[in-house]
Design a protein around this ligand. Sequence first.
Ligand code: NAP
Length: 333
Amino acid sequence: MAKTALITGITGQDGYYLSHFLLERGYRVVGLVSPQRQPNLAKLGSLANLVEIYTVDLRDPQALLTAVEQLLPQEIYNLAAPSFVPDSWKDPLGTLDLITGTATRLLDAVRQVGLSTRFYQASSSEMFGDVDCSPQDEETPFRPKNPYAAAKMHAHWTMVHHRQRYGLFACSGILYNHESPLRAPQFVTRKISLAAASIKLGLAKTLEMGNLDAKRDWGFAGDYVEAMWRMLQVDEPEEYVIGTGYLHSVRELVATAFECAGLEWTKYVVINTELLRADEHFQLVANPTKAKTKLGWQPQVSFKQLIEKMVQTDLELLQNGKIAPVASLINHS
Ligand code: NAP
């Protein structure tokens, strides 16, 4: 019989790639979607015909318990979160409730139903925050710097506590930045890929950026959802740091994206000092050795291939009038 996987956050980037990954392996995939988020189901596109949607308020513990009782999942992937970090300053409490509350309510539902469901929590490298060493691994202490990271850390520990106290198969992936053509346009990778494509097509003239020397560990979302799944297939539930282990600067990102569009970036990029942020002394970069050793996981898509994918898709989307050009987007560096 097909395994059932429940996914919160199915309409997001990772939800999309994870759903496809699981469907290819014969899973029945069910998205848990809050009633007030129903309009965003349009983001699923053709995936909507392949997955089931169960409408449930993620803030309602009783409704989540009923969902777990009715759907009897073998696996739960808790991905729902307001994932754009700056937004968490506008609504710290709402961020905490969605991220930590949903994890707690789902874990509690599994415990009450008494199932052997395997639970994945979407943790984040943001939990490491103000790091004093690079690269980071599973032993690196958490020093979150924003409400999003604090909420993720709380959810992470709640998951650990449920595992320790109740023996649940609960684990988390501490994921570094991962991107794709589905990344929301507020994020710097997509802002840049859209800008390169917009300028190439004559729909924009310049791209405003902040600190080009900032560095990140960027990978491809399709690779990272495989790591999530692998974590639930091993014998013991544990935490895993998931990233490429390589840093790239925003300057490299811009240069690569514009090169993919056949443009010389220095002619189009304008530095806006209002977008400048202080340089970090230590960088957020993964040491994914544990995932490589214990899960046999490693990223397949290189930095250059990722950026090429994004720029190519944005060129096609803009040419087909399926997305607004970069000029209409908010600037974030
Ligand atoms: P995403 O594209 O922003 O997707 C977020 C998902 O959460 C969407 O389905 C969204 O639904 C849902 N969501 C947001 N606010 C909600 C609310 N108030 N109530 C109910 N659902 C809500 O994020 P992603 O990149 O797929 O990331 C998946 C998970 O991994 C998130 O938990 C994120 O924090 C975490 N993570 C991501 C990265 C990364 O680099 N991508 C790194 C580390 C951890 P709507 O479509 O309705 O908005």
